[in-house]
Design a protein around this ligand. Structure first.
Ligand SMILES: [Zn+2]
Length: 361
């Protein structure tokens, strides 16, 4: 491993902590979620790192737009016929370091042994790649590259107050899959003045129908967040009530943002009011874990919907699932290895990629 990496990794952790601290003290949580929705294929930590470094690049005049659109690694851009321009530093993010593990009894978790470099499994052994650590890697926004045009994917267009096509039905199906009945009630008087209400005992999710369709679908996404993340345990509910509402509304915001909905109407309290609530945990940790928890739930929901969604930050035409290089690292020349080190997306095997994708790195 490159000897400058530990220092770089420290720097990366410091940058991330700085970005999270900024979130803790500011009122940017909703903006951070909208951003995370646009880059939802990556971990919440990596989206914060991309956001902060793109903002710095914008302020330094290196990129024309305050929002990045598509980001990819150096070689990934080359694969799309584009070249990173001179003088454009990449955005440093976390990438997984994977190791190969072998087992003759895959079901037993303690049976896996790590394979050495070039070591072959014994006959009958199954091999899996697993993430064992993180290392710094670099990605560039499309604005930092030149070359073949990137096809613009169609983006959903919505009228004010209009719900995205198929979203209500898709969310309702997911609510029902969890054994809850979706009810539409005429007005908020029937559900204690709320827009929606999840009743864990009666197994119902009620949404008032005297609102426009966008507000109704937003409320249903919020209640689905409760159904998937929270339970009837009164004690837990009381203790975490503040953060529970933040989580449900954050999931709803990410679902809405991924469908091109206006996210200004979501009500999320200041981070300083909810991130300080849970004893024994630092606000920075709470913000990081809440962001990642919300992203995973939102991704799980979005993956099951048959709706038109905005891109996830991966350039059209790039398949992050496909390994870009042959399996063996030992055949690579030194410059190739150096390039790989710079390429956040280069994976050594599809199994490793699947693991990395779950982790959103
Ligand atoms: Zn709620």
């Amino acid at each position: 491993m490159d000897c400058e990496e530990p220092a770089k990794l420290d720097e990366l952790h410091e940058r991330l902590t700085g970005a999270v601290e900024q979130l803790v003290s500011g009122d940017d949580w909703a903006r951070a979620l909208a951003f995370a929705a646009r880059f939802r294929a990556r971990s919440f930590s990596n989206t914060l790192l991309i956001w902060a470094q793109h903002e710095a690049a914008y302020e330094a005049g290196r990129v024309p737009d305050p929002m990045p659109s598509f980001v990819a690694g150096y070689r990934q851009w080359q694969g799309l016929g584009r070249q990173v321009e001179k003088g454009q530093p990449g955005y440093m993010i976390f990438a997984p370091v994977t190791g190969r593990f072998a087992s003759s009894n895959p079901a037993a978790s303690d049976s896996w042994r790590r394979l050495g470099k070039g070591e072959q499994p014994r006959p009958g052994e199954v091999v899996r790649s697993k993430m064992i650590a993180a290392r710094p890697a670099y990605v560039w926004d499309v604005a930092q590259t030149a070359g073949d045009p990137i096809p613009e994917p169609p983006s959903p267009r919505l009228l004010e107050g209009e719900a995205p096509a198929g979203l209500w039905g898709g969310l309702a199906a997911l609510v029902e899959e969890r054994g809850f009945e979706v009810l539409r009630v005429p007005h908020e008087g029937m559900i204690h003045g709320a827009n929606g209400l999840t009743d864990y005992a009666a197994k119902t999710v009620a949404v008032r129908e005297d609102m426009d369709s966008a507000a109704q679908v937003k409320t249903l996404a919020h209640e689905l967040g409760h159904v998937l993340m929270h339970g009837p345990d009164a004690e837990t509910a009381r203790q975490h009530r503040g953060i529970g509402e933040v989580e449900a509304e954050s999931v709803a915001l990410m679902i809405g943002a991924a469908h091109g909905m206006d996210t200004s109407g979501y009500t999320i309290p200041y981070v300083s009011t909810w991130a300080a609530r849970v004893d024994g945990k630092e606000p920075v940790e709470i913000v990081k874990t809440t962001g990642e928890r919300v992203r995973k739930i939102a991704m799980g929901i979005l993956d099951q919907l048959d709706t038109t969604q905005i891109g996830d930050g991966t350039p059209p035409g790039l398949d992050r699932e496909t390994p870009q290089r042959p399996q063996s690292g030992s055949e690579r020349s030194a410059p190739e290895r150096a390039a790989l080190l710079h390429d956040a997306g280069a994976r050594v095997s599809t199994v490793a990629t699947a693991t990395a994708r779950e982790r959103g790195l």
